[in-house]
Design a protein around this ligand. Structure first.
Ligand code: SF4
Length: 331
């Protein structure tokens, strides 16, 4: 059965923080907060469609500060979700939310459990204290660790979200962050390369020349490495890059935003593996065996991998082999 999320965006109006990348403080960046009845309406509307398509869904309260919003409002939203997880458990299988690490404590977790929350995602962004400080997150790496441990100890699924290329960030800090996420035994991870938006502090720093983020190519190399690290640790990366949005496109000043970001990073992993194996095997003509599903990633976007390997003197032809990721033979 296919699983999806019905996402409800809950903005944190009146948020006391000033994260450098966030545009929720600019008037146009604050979407209207949904009422509990609007949530009921959305869930009710989606129910027959999900049933028809044989899908299950989690009700996902996103926005980054779910447990920091007004308590009675938060409970009204959870009540609305709870009505659907109890009346239609064959379709609505759980409730998840994203929040800040410093908005988690034992009391909040008790409330979330009572209302059927199954998964909690923390916007950690970085596990480097200086990067958190430079980006005015208002929490420390220790806050992430404490919240993550509390969440795991109470049996919730733990999601950790990181950004790459923030102000003061380096690729090494990002791989360190990934290592810490693995140590914390995250159940899922999301990776968001920084997108610099108009109306944010990062936007000002970027325009003044004080800040540059990673290039597209640096980001792809890094994302390939992060995917490999989490893959080896058995932790699913459930999202890479911001969802396509006209609003982001209109407000974007710089940074990395591409609808096929993950596909390109996965393709870079194939390129790195092929180059390493071809060098180890010696020679310059090869047969590459792989499942049909991998062929486009092996070739790369606009055949980039093939072209780059040819520039290094390596040519290959592909033979399909069901279930095989990558086998290379010298000719
Ligand atoms: S990203 Fe930072 S500034 Fe924006 S709403 Fe969340 S906590 Fe507040």
């Amino acid at each position: 059965m296919k699983q999806t999320n019905i996402s409800v965006f809950v903005p944190h109006n009146g948020c006391p923080h000033r994260c450098t990348f966030c545009d929720q403080r600019s008037i146009s960046g604050v979407p209207k907060a949904p009422t509990a009845d609007e949530v009921r309406h959305t869930l009710g509307e989606q129910l027959p469609h999900l049933r028809e398509r044989g899908m299950t869904a989690e009700i996902a309260f996103f926005g980054g500060s779910f447990t920091g919003i007004d308590r009675s409002y938060m409970i009204s939203l959870l009540d609305a979700a709870g009505e659907f997880t109890s009346s239609a458990p064959d379709v609505y299988t759980g409730v998840r939310c994203s929040t800040r690490p410093d908005f988690i404590n034992g009391e909040i977790l008790d409330i979330l459990r009572e209302y059927g929350m199954t998964a909690i995602e923390l916007g950690a962004q970085s596990m480097n204290a200086r990067v958190l400080e430079m980006n005015e997150r208002g929490h420390s790496p220790e806050d992430v660790e404490n919240a993550a441990r509390l969440i795991k100890a109470r049996g919730f699924s733990l999601g950790l979200q990181m950004m790459t290329g923030l102000y003061g960030d380096t690729p090494e800090y990002c791989t360190d962050t990934a290592r810490r996420f693995i140590e914390l035994k995250a159940d899922t991870v999301r990776i968001y390369p920084t997108v610099i938006l108009e109306g944010t502090k990062l936007g000002e720093l970027y325009k003044s020349g004080e800040y540059r983020t990673f290039t597209f190519d640096e980001t792809i190399d890094l994302c390939a490495e992060l995917l490999t690290m989490f893959g080896e640790a058995g932790i699913p990366v459930i999202r890479m890059g911001l969802h396509a949005s006209k609003e982001v496109e209109a407000k974007m000043l710089g940074g990395v935003y591409h609808p096929a970001l993950r596909e390109i990073a996965e393709s870079r992993i194939f390129y790195n593996d092929m180059l390493r194996e071809m060098r180890a095997l010696g020679g310059n003509r090869f047969i590459v065996r792989t499942d049909k599903a991998n062929i486009s990633k092996i070739m790369g976007q606009k055949k980039e991998n093939k072209r780059k390997l040819e520039e290094l003197g390596f040519t290959f032809r592909i033979e399909e082999e069901k279930g095989t990721r990558l086998k290379i033979y010298a000719l």
